[in-house]
Design a protein around this ligand. Structure first.
Ligand code: PMP
Length: 415
């Protein structure tokens, strides 16, 4: 793990030296999309400048270089999540596409009328809507594990739902709203004990902690490159080999076939079977470089750093009167995502004031988790999220901004 200071790490991220509204940019929205280190930006530039060519086709030098670079990136990503083989890493556009791929390919073959799919109340829309669509197509049923007041899953209800023998259980490793880290390994084992297939949405976990897909034993595991220092437009579906091999592809086209006749075709081997068309070449290479960068910091360090920062933020922000923080208070049970509301200030106004007054970028809204907002009876929250380039100074600026917002609103309320 690294012994570099955050101040030093920040210098790797060109965007962090810019200003917004004449103030230092304090970027606290990495849960939506992270910033990129110069090495990632340079990898994209170098690909387009020096070996830009389509992959898996050309027999000429630069095409071979591009192909090798993409396959090297796949191997790095496979190692990063401790997959047994790199062919279990399917490149997609993002978490959303990975989940849809499973819902169409696996779901289309295995889910029938009356079958049960178990999800949770804390899912991002991308791990909810694809299953709603599948349920509508097939007549399957959806049931949800509720979230308690503290933001933890009701595992007692989960166990009851498992007794109804679901075909599939899908849930987030870490909530993008509450920060809750779910007990994936135990939940997967319990699901397997009743014969269910499991899909884990790792969009918020892979960027922030060590993930070992073999140890967790999930059948499918999905994540996005852009939240882990990589480019947009590249994501991953990891799957167990027998499952991936038995599935019919989601999309047809070039690159995913072995033979094509006018009326029928046969499929290429994994992973190409699921990668129809020209892939996101530069982006895959860039994600490989992002993984190198994270490995250099060390994922243990990343997790420890965010835990310490979250503990500091929980302490600092809970001293602000009228501020409500959602999700677990114990940093062992949560990641660096803090959703909050401030009495008398709408989250959107709050986010605007933070931007204008102190240069703090936070998200405001339902965070693509409308059912979770309904659960807490709130229309929206503001959300601050941390990553490797954030430090206590950022949290202090956030706290200052919140106090300022309160003053502004109290002043106008008194008019
Ligand atoms: N799941 C979770 C938990 C997320 O936080 C996000 C991104 N906000 C997604 C899925 C969707 O990721 P993407 O938009 O990259 O597909």
């Amino acid at each position: 793990t690294t012994n570099r200071s955050v101040e030093d790490i920040r210098r790797d991220f060109p965007i962090l030296s810019r200003q917004v509204h004449g103030k230092r940019l304090v970027f606290l929205d990495s849960a939506a999309s992270s910033q990129k280190p110069a090495v990632v930006i340079e990898a994209l530039d170098q690909y387009y400048r020096t070996y830009n060519a389509n992959v898996h086709r050309g027999v000429y030098e630069i095409s071979e270089e591009a192909t090798e670079a993409v396959e090297r990136a796949r191997l790095k990503i496979a190692r990063f999540i401790h997959a047994r083989q790199s062919k279990q890493v399917i490149f997609t556009r993002n978490t959303t596409e990975s989940i849809n791929l499973v819902a169409y390919s696996w779901g289309g073959e295995h889910i029938q009328q009356g079958d049960l799919i178990v999800l949770t109340e804390m899912e991002h829309h991308s791990n909810l809507v694809p299953w709603q669509l599948l349920a509508q197509r097939t007549g399957a049923r959806l049931e949800f594990v509720p979230v308690n007041e503290e933001g933890l899953l009701r595992l007692d209800v989960y166990e009851q739902l498992l007794q109804q023998k679901p075909k599939l259980v899908a849930f987030a490793h870490m909530s993008n709203v509450l920060g809750t880290i779910n007990p994936v390994k135990e939940m997967v084992a319990q699901a397997h004990a009743v014969g269910a297939i499991t899909l884990v949405d790792g969009a918020q976990s892979v960027p922030h902690m060590t993930v070992d897909v073999q140890d967790l034993d999930a059948d499918f595991y999905c994540f996005s490159g852009h939240k882990m220092l990589g480019p947009t437009g590249i994501g991953v579906l990891y799957g167990k080999r027998p499952l991936l091999e038995s599935m019919t592809p989601f999309m047809g086209g070039g690159s995913m076939i072995r033979t094509v006749k006018l009326h029928e075709s046969t499929w290429a081997d994994l992973p190409h079977k699921f990668e129809a068309g020209t892939p996101a070449i530069a982006e895959a290479i860039g994600l490989g470089v992002a993984v190198d960068y994270l490995n250099e910091l060390g994922m243990e360090w990343v997790r420890q750093h965010e835990k310490a920062l979250t503990a500091y933020a929980l302490k600092r922000l809970s001293a602000i009167p009228g501020l409500t923080i959602y999700g677990p208070k114990d940093v062992e049970q949560r990641g660096g995502v803090l959703s909050f509301t401030l009495d008398g200030v709408h989250p959107h106004d709050l986010a605007s004031i933070l931007d204008m007054e102190v240069g703090v970028a936070v998200r405001a809204g339902h965070h693509c988790a409308q059912p979770l907002m309904d659960r807490y009876n709130i229309p929206a929250t503001a959300r601050a999220s941390f990553y490797v380039y954030n430090d206590e100074r950022d949290v202090d600026t956030l706290a200052e901004g919140l106090q300022k917002a309160q003053e502004i609103f109290q002043a106008t309320a008194g008019l």
